[in-house]
Design a protein around this ligand. Structure first.
Ligand code: ADP
Length: 184
């Protein structure tokens, strides 16, 4: 059983590590970015509403994400745990998550903050080459991260709920470190 929140800038390696750990623990990897991209690909109502924000590297409005997460965390496969990757991304989303977890009688074990310097993030994102990984959009996503998401580091730190990992290392090294943190 593990319930983990992965926090960190775009390109920090949250998704990569979430995939490895989710498989290891047999729990779902819940990536709001992946869910949104699939909604865009299928042109659902959510996808149509989210697309222009994503293309510009802006955050999708909180309410859309909140509705999405509320549904996702009440599906059957979450009983053994979950990894939230890319959510919460604003203080309002974090406050909502607290309320939701109370309501559904769940709690999380760790908030893991992935630390990676900006110059490394930019190189990683530009090499990844996703549709929203152009130089201009990447710069905006980093700015949006600093303004809207980075305050969550303090939010969780003040509650003594934050652990940090140095994400500027090989995938294997980060996985090893995470494994040690989560066992401890
Ligand atoms: P990355 O972390 O690499 O930037 P994600 O796949 O997590 O990418 O997210 C891609 C895009 O999806 C974001 O730029 C944003 O527009 C949208 N998005 C994902 N999660 C959220 C969220 N929790 N709140 C608002 N927008 C989100």
């Amino acid at each position: 059983m593990a319930r983990l929140i992965f926090l960190g800038p775009p390109g920090a390696g949250k998704g990569t590590q979430a995939q490895v750990l989710a498989q290891h623990f047999g729990i779902p990897h819940i990536s709001t970015g992946d869910i949104l991209r699939s909604a865009v690909a299928q042109q659902t109502e959510l996808g149509r509403k989210a697309q222009s924000y994503m293309d510009q590297g802006e955050l999708v409005p909180d309410q859309l994400i909140i509705d999405l997460v509320r549904e996702r965390l009440q599906e059957d496969d979450v009983t053994p745990g979950w990894i939230l990757d890319g959510f919460p991304r604003t203080v309002a989303q974090a406050a909502f998550l607290d309320e939701l977890l109370k309501e559904i009688h769940q709690s999380y074990d760790y908030v893991v903050n992935f630390d990676v310097p900006d110059d490394i993030l930019i190189v990683r994102l530009l090499n990844r080459g996703r549709k929203d990984d152009t130089e201009e959009v990447v710069k905006n996503r980093l700015e949006v991260y600093r303004k809207q998401t980075a305050p969550l580091i303090n939010f969780y730190q003040e509650r003594n709920q934050l652990v940090s990992v140095d994400g500027d290392r090989s995938v294997e090294d980060v996985t090893t470190h995470l494994g040690q943190l989560i066992k401890a």
